[in-house]
Design a protein around this ligand. Structure first.
Ligand code: PBG
Length: 369
């Protein structure tokens, strides 16, 4: 199901192709809820609702769950546990989930070919979720090589030493070919939204063309448009064991392809490119320290904006809450509300299920005083 933003009932900007049709599934959304998916996600600025959330789930191939030390409350789920978790999220009104796989080391290579294995963890899990929950949940996927890369990079690393510090370079165009294979594989399994987090140049247009040429005009692209080279991703990299490897031929950081935290204007360039290449929604990441970027994009594009409330932000909140130094519920709901105020239509947060529960329990539509 493609989440059609170009012809939704909210008038969004000009997309690269304007003649897309609503799919049956989206029409069902519209007729059942009287508003389209976009309107649901974008519902009123001054409140935050479960429909605004995208719930990230870590999964692995084991048949039991593993706790993630730096992310209390999050786990690496078995596939069965993912199914249960999705059911609980849907019951709370969270209808968008995104999957992040922890892949065993022996499967990882520089080219990350396992990312398009149709029998892989992600495609198999998508199929299960879609067959159990069908149109009640939108399955988002991560498009990037890092979970499958033995270098811990989002792209392939060259064997030459022509990069910074006499190290290898990230191979932009070769990586994009792999990303297209990955996205097609995910779409074949039933993904509704592909979300490229890799930051290669030109990947949104290439993904749109690749998906369309395989008949997946219904699959949406949510682009990580302004993704910063941030220290806030540490706990996520623990969860997936996906940090750039010291042994890598490439630099042990992602600064050559992720954005400089000192730079805001580059976000505008990225937004223009992504819009022209056919992105359906733009993402800013991390979230809280980058509210100015959310506002900047909101004011300068007509596409919907999402914010990624990342692992380090979550970990800090959890740690302070565990110490009894903050009121977790109030701080969390205030934070999520602030994302909305800054201009985020959708919020990707590890708190999604819990926050939805708080909102539903209290009948909250607005942060309680
Ligand atoms: C990598 C990816 C990262 C996150 C999402 N996708 C980490 C990175 O860029 O190294 C971080 C999310 C978080 O910290 O919660 N493709």
């Amino acid at each position: 199901m493609r989440i059609h933003l170009s012809r939704s009932c909210c008038s969004l900007g000009t997309l690269r192709r304007s003649a897309r049709q609503h799919t049956e599934a989206v029409l069902r959304f519209i007729s059942s809820a009287l508003v389209c998916w976009v309107c649901l996600l974008c519902a009123c600025d001054g409140s935050v609702l479960p429909q605004n959330f995208i719930y990230p789930l870590f999964l692995h191939t084991k048949d039991y769950n593993e706790k993630i030390a730096s992310m209390p409350g999050c786990e690496r789920h078995s596939v069965d546990s993912v199914m249960k978790e999705v059911g609980e999220a849907v019951a709370e009104g969270v209808t968008n989930i995104i999957l992040f796989p922890k892949i065993p080391d022996d499967v990882k290579t520089n080219a990350a070919d396992a990312c398009y294995d149709p029998a892989g963890l992600i495609p198999e899990t998508i199929k299960k979720i879609k067959s159990a929950y069908g149109g009640r949940v939108n399955v988002w996927t991560d498009v990037a090589l890092d979970p499958y890369s033995d270098q811990g990079h989002d792209g392939m690393v060259s064997s030459d030493k022509r990069g910074d510090g006499g190290r290898g370079r990230i191979m932009n165009d070769e990586t994009i070919e792999q990303l297209c294979r990955q996205a097609i594989c995910q779409a074949r399994a039933g993904a509704d939204v592909v979300a490229p987090s890799d930051m290669m140049d030109g990947r949104v247009g290439a993904l749109r063309d690749a998906l369309d040429s395989e008949g997946f005009t219904d699959v949406s692209i949510v682009s990580y448009t302004a993704k910063y080279a941030s220290a806030f991703y540490g706990p996520f990299r623990d969860a997936l064991d996906s940090a750039p490897r010291e042994s890598s031929n490439a630099p042990p950081n992602k600064k050559t392809y992720q954005m400089d935290p000192a730079n805001s204007r580059e976000a505008l360039i990225e937004a223009q490119l992504d819009a022209a290449e056919g992105a359906d929604m733009l993402m800013v990441k991390p979230g809280m320290p980058y509210l100015d970027i959310i506002k900047l994009l909101k004011d300068n594009t007509n596409l919907p904006i999402s914010a990624y409330h990342v692992s380090g932000e979550y970990a800090m909140m959890k740690a302070a809450a565990e110490k009894g130094w903050i009121n977790e519920r109030d701080v969390c709901l205030e934070t999520l509300l602030c994302f909305k105020r800054a201009g985020a239509d959708a919020i990707l947060t590890y708190y999604a299920k819990q926050a939805a529960r708080w909102i539903n329990e209290d009948g909250l539509m607005r942060l309680k005083k």
